[in-house]
Write a protein that binds this ligand. Structure first.
Ligand SMILES: [Zn+2]
Length: 186
């Protein structure tokens, strides 16, 4: 069965790549299980600044996976900003390709991964499931891909509001500026 439902945009694909690195050659049986978890709604993700917290329900067990995304460098933010044209650019696949070809990496880099389960490899099924859930969210709104790397916070200097108290299906547009800066693609 194809898994086009995760990472059908270039922006979301960057998150799928965290679960499925291009260099990984051996099939990983955990990947289809992680996709199934995310697809079945078993992953509740909250994003607070650069920290993605996923509560993963699997059978009768619940694990909490935390993924900290590294901040984007000022150079990359400036480079990407320079590639965006118009007052309210839309983050299309074309924009992703243009940015990448210009030498700026829009894909997230990880600062740290942790999970409450006994598997401390950082590649447990819960962490993988959160990557897929993030891919789906980023597909829905690519602005999240940049926001979680402090693209907006770093450039605007705006004060972030605490997000822990917000509902679980909340989307990471806490600072409002992404919504003013970009137009959603749909
Ligand atoms: Zn785990």
């Amino acid at each position: 069965m194809p898994d086009d439902d995760f990472g059908y945009t270039a922006w979301g694909r960057d998150w799928v790549r965290l679960a499925q690195p291009l260099l990984q050659t051996l099939p990983n049986p955990a990947l289809p299980r992680a996709r199934k978890l995310a697809r079945a709604g078993g992953v509740q993700v909250t994003i607070d600044g650069r920290v993605v917290r996923g509560v993963v329900q699997r059978g009768r067990t619940t694990a909490v996976a935390c993924i900290e995304v590294a901040p984007m460098s000022g150079e990359t933010i400036a480079g990407i900003t320079g590639q965006l044209s118009g007052a309210r650019p839309v983050l299309t696949d074309e924009v992703h390709r243009t940015i990448t070809e210009a030498g700026y990496r829009p894909a997230p880099a990880l600062a740290g991964v942790d999970c409450s389960c006994p598997d401390d490899t950082g590649r447990c099924i819960h962490v993988l499931a959160v990557y897929y859930e993030m891919a789906r969210r980023v597909d829905d709104d690519p602005r999240i891909a940049l926001d979680v790397q402090e693209f907006f916070g770093g450039s605007s200097g705006s004060v972030r509001v605490p997000t822990a108290a917000l509902p679980q299906r909340w989307i990471a547009l806490n600072a409002l500026d992404p919504a003013e800066y970009f137009t959603a693609s749909k």
